[in-house]
Design a protein around this ligand. Structure first.
Ligand SMILES: *[C@@H]1O[C@H](CO)[C@@H](O)[C@H](O)[C@H]1NC(C)=O
Ligand SMILES: *[C@@H]1O[C@H](CO)[C@@H](O)[C@H](O)[C@H]1NC(C)=O
Ligand SMILES: *[C@@H]1O[C@H](CO)[C@@H](O)[C@H](O)[C@H]1NC(C)=O
Ligand SMILES: *[C@@H]1O[C@H](CO)[C@@H](O)[C@H](O)[C@H]1NC(C)=O
Ligand SMILES: *[C@@H]1O[C@H](CO)[C@@H](O)[C@H](O)[C@H]1NC(C)=O
Ligand SMILES: *[C@@H]1O[C@H](CO)[C@@H](O)[C@H](O)[C@H]1NC(C)=O
Ligand SMILES: *[C@@H]1O[C@H](CO)[C@@H](O)[C@H](O)[C@H]1NC(C)=O
Ligand SMILES: *[C@@H]1O[C@H](CO)[C@@H](O)[C@H](O)[C@H]1NC(C)=O
Length: 718
């Protein structure tokens, strides 16, 4: 395969005139220093009967589809030295994962030997909380999904590889430019009491307790036409609440859809060539619930009041404390749309400007770091250690975006936790921590000592990916977790200072944070925030020196980003594959049946009588089958078809925000199910004749899977 890649590249370079007749590469005059590629593909796992990822709520089992999840990929290669390249992937999932990344790297490095590898592929995420779960390799995040769900992981891997393949096939000379803009109303700090623990003089340097800047890297073709962009902006993907059970993409996936649909209004979702990227940044303590957190405690005196400041409680419990988005009077879907649109508006502002060009080398560096008892020296000379992973009590307190359960609260750093029952049962869940772990994690009271829990396999990661990507003056710091606002600022400042001090970049050096990416090692709070032990501090799994250890490691790797740098840094061993030991308790589909006298796809409840108008919802119910039988990746479970002189033309798919696909198992024993398809007619929809179409796949008792199609009656829009 290698020879084919080389042949292809040579032919490509010759055809674009980048290779002069002497065979030397010339970039002057062409104005395109880079080869750029962009791609998108579908990664949606099973949309029913599967736990969703993000809130870790056992009750959040999916029942249908709102928007498909996608991976988007951006390749940047140095035109004069095309093996100097990286690919940044923004998967619309809750977080990057070691096992998923391993599979993606294995496949891409086999398909494109010498071009894509473990060092130059970054698996970033939107950090959304309404996607399909079960794909993470370690045990703790698998608990609510009843173990590993291979179908989810396989969908993410296949779609992501396809997105990179499409990006690769689209490689063409082009230009990059970079800028930022302020978006004031799209995020809020959900742990301000922890932020306030940071030093006064440090806080005084910033106007807000959140980063309000959106950074945008613009991708143009050689003539200056935009092909897409990649933005970095910190806001949690928790606009949709944990009581939503329709698979979706939360605010960043919605923003990407809205932008792409604006550029190519006639393309079906996911069939676009312009690729809009909204990836996550120092997201740790951010929330999209910008109206604040209130008590929903009907009948209690504190109903409707703000939750308590330090602990986010209502009557001393976290359960009733809920953050409110800007559309809360209507619904969380409305809030999601508003937060998405605010990010779209920021990107539009930047895309309408002439941004400073990005020029200079393409470089990358990657290493593994074992964070269990990792020893390093603080800038003041003191030697400290990080700890094996552990979750604090306040981890179980949850957040105002998704409150915890029982009597756990946030901001609990007491050495005598209140509930004696948990003192007894926690030892049955994970081993009781030994004294050196208690001391190392101090002042975190340890609830789950996951670092010592390796049965039947690892509960939390010990070894993380440390990675940076460079294009000219931009350095993307790819983080295996969620940095809080102040952690992100410290990291950016330290890496930037090191880039300049070491002569790797000039005074225009620009650092962007991306995460949670590659591996999910939970949160990274500053040591001051750690002491307060709100959710983010309690979830800073390697102890109070986690951030400083990362800063030490990332800054030490800066020389590898130099224009003439060669070689790779020393690395700890790669984390061991856990998936071969994975437990899966999710049962498969047994069979589907249509009730007597009916066939799959038959209409059970037809559309109401016409005509319909903008704002109306048209619904039909069909004899269904389990959509786990066929994920229909790159396809759709439904279309809205418009009649064009007797031909039916699909005009909407299952990934339009106005359509919903809902599945309901009506008899497990008999294998009956129903599917509801609905379409809320958008303003501007042309008048005409339409119908709803359902695409399903049924499973027989022998295991054979058979596709079928059902149509509603036609209806008119006036
Ligand atoms: C936005 O750009 C300005 C000017 O380069 C810079 O000072 C600021 O730090 C940038 N914001 C972020 C979040 O990087
Ligand atoms: C979902 O939860 C939110 C926040 O508690 C609540 O306001 C909303 O009514 C719930 N929605 C449904 C459908 O139960
Ligand atoms: C996707 O776009 C291509 C090119 O515009 C078009 O030929 C194809 O029919 C589209 N596919 C779908 C499913 O819309
Ligand atoms: C909350 O806890 C405090 C201190 O333990 C107690 O004084 C107060 O009565 C409690 N409030 C409620 C509503 O239970
Ligand atoms: C990480 O390092 C610690 C301390 O040196 C060691 O005990 C442990 O085995 C290492 N873990 C892995 C996964 O390499
Ligand atoms: C170095 O800084 C750390 C963190 O602030 C502190 O705990 C330690 O005491 C300092 N050491 C010296 C020698 O000042
Ligand atoms: C625990 O948190 C409180 C603030 O809630 C802080 O004042 C105190 O210093 C913290 N305790 C420790 C041991 O860090
Ligand atoms: C599906 O449609 C039927 C018939 O219109 C309706 O009774 C039912 O509530 C719908 N189910 C869902 C989940 O919307």
């Amino acid at each position: 395969m290698l020879h084919r890649a080389v042949l292809w590249l040579t032919a490509f370079l010759a055809s674009t005139g980048l290779v002069s007749q002497h065979g030397a590469l010339s970039t002057t005059g062409v104005g395109a220093q880079y080869l750029l590629g962009l791609g998108i593909a579908d990664i949606t796992g099973p949309v029913v009967e599967t736990n969703m990822m993000g809130y870790a709520s056992l009750a959040q089992t999916d029942t249908g589809l709102h928007l498909r999840q996608r991976s988007r990929a951006w390749i940047v290669a140095d035109a004069s030295n095309p093996t100097d390249r990286f690919v940044y992937i923004n998967a619309d999932i809750a977080m990057g994962d070691t096992g998923v990344r391993r599979s993606i790297v294995t496949q891409l490095s086999a398909m494109y030997p010498g071009l894509y590898n473990n060092e130059n592929i970054a698996l970033g995420s939107t950090h959304q909380h309404s996607g399909v779960g079960g794909y993470l390799e370690d045990l703790l995040p698998q608990i609510t999904s009843l173990g590993y769900v291979k179908q989810t992981a396989d969908a993410i891997v296949a779609g992501t590889v396809l997105a990179v393949q499409r990006a690769h096939e689209s490689l063409a000379p082009g230009k990059l430019s970079l800028g930022n803009t302020t978006i004031l109303d799209a995020n809020i700090n959900r742990s301000p009491s922890a932020y306030l623990a940071n030093p006064v003089d440090e806080r005084a340097k910033y106007e807000y307790d959140q980063d309000k800047d959106m950074t945008l890297l613009r991708f143009d073709d050689a003539s200056g036409n935009a092909r897409g962009f990649l933005t970095f902006f910190p806001v949690h993907g928790t606009s949709l609440y944990e009581n939503n059970t329709l698979v979706s993409s939360d605010n960043k996936g919605m923003a990407a859809y809205l932008y792409e649909a604006m550029v190519e209004p006639n393309a079906m979702p996911g069939n676009n060539t312009f690729v809009a990227g909204f990836t996550q940044a120092n997201v740790g303590d951010t929330s999209p619930n910008t109206e604040g957190a209130y008590c929903e405690s009907p009948g209690q005196p504190w109903d409707g009041q703000l939750c308590s400041f330090d602990h986010s409680t209502c009557g001393n419990m976290t359960e009733d404390c809920h953050g409110r988005g800007p559309g809360f009077r209507i619904s969380d879907f409305e809030s999601n749309m508003i937060i998405a649109q605010r990010q779209v508006d920021g990107a539009k502002t930047l895309m309408s400007q002439t941004l400073p060009a990005v020029e200079g080398p393409v470089k990358y560096v990657h290493t593994y770091l074992n964070m269990s008892w990792h020893e390093f020296t603080l800038p003041n000379g003191t030697i400290v250690q990080t700890c094996p992973p552990a979750m604090g009590y306040s981890f179980a307190g949850g957040t105002t975006d998704g409150p915890g359960a029982f009597d756990f609260i946030q901001g609990d750093n007491s050495s005598n936790p209140q509930n004696p029952f948990w003192e007894i049962v926690k030892g049955a869940i994970t081993p009781n921590p030994p004294p050196e772990q208690i001391a190392c994690q101090y002042p975190k009271p340890i609830l789950l000592d996951t670092g010592y829990a390796n049965s039947p396999y690892q509960w939390s990661p010990h070894t993380v990916d440390i990675q940076m990507l460079r294009a000219g003056n931009l350095v993307i710091v790819v983080i295996p977790g969620e940095l809080t606002t102040m952690s992100g600022r410290r990291m950016r400042d330290a890496v930037r200072a090191q880039l300049i001090a070491s002569g790797v970049a000039g005074s225009d050096a620009y650092v962007a944070i991306a995460g949670p990416a590659n591996t999910y090692a939970h949160y990274v709070a500053t040591p001051e925030e750690y002491a307060v032990q709100r959710y983010e501090g309690a979830s800073t799994i390697f102890g109070q020196w986690t951030l400083d250890a990362y800063i030490d490691k990332y800054t030490s790797l800066v020389p590898y980003l130099g224009a003439t740098a060669t070689g790779t840094p020393a690395s700890d061993p790669a984390p061991e594959d856990q998936t071969s030991k994975a437990i899966s308790l999710q049962t498969g589909v047994i069979l589907d049946n249509a009730p007597l006298g009916k066939s799959f796809g038959d209409v059970m409840e037809d559309v109401a009588s016409s005509p319909f108008a903008e704002g109306d919802t048209v619904t039909a119910q069909f004899v269904g089958a389990n959509p786990r039988n066929n994920l229909r990746l790159e396809q759709t479970f439904l279309t809205v078809d418009q009649s064009d002189n007797g031909d039916w033309v699909p005009v909407r798919s299952d990934s339009h925000p106005a359509t919903l696909y809902q599945w309901l198992r009506t008899s497990t024993i008999l294998g009956y199910s129903t599917v509801n398809i609905s379409w809320t007619i958008e303003s501007g929809t042309p008048s005409g004749t339409y119908r709803l179409t359902y695409y399903g796949d049924s499973k027989s008792i022998s295991g054979a899977i058979t596709p079928f199609i059902g149509h509603s009656s036609s209806f008119t829009i006036s």
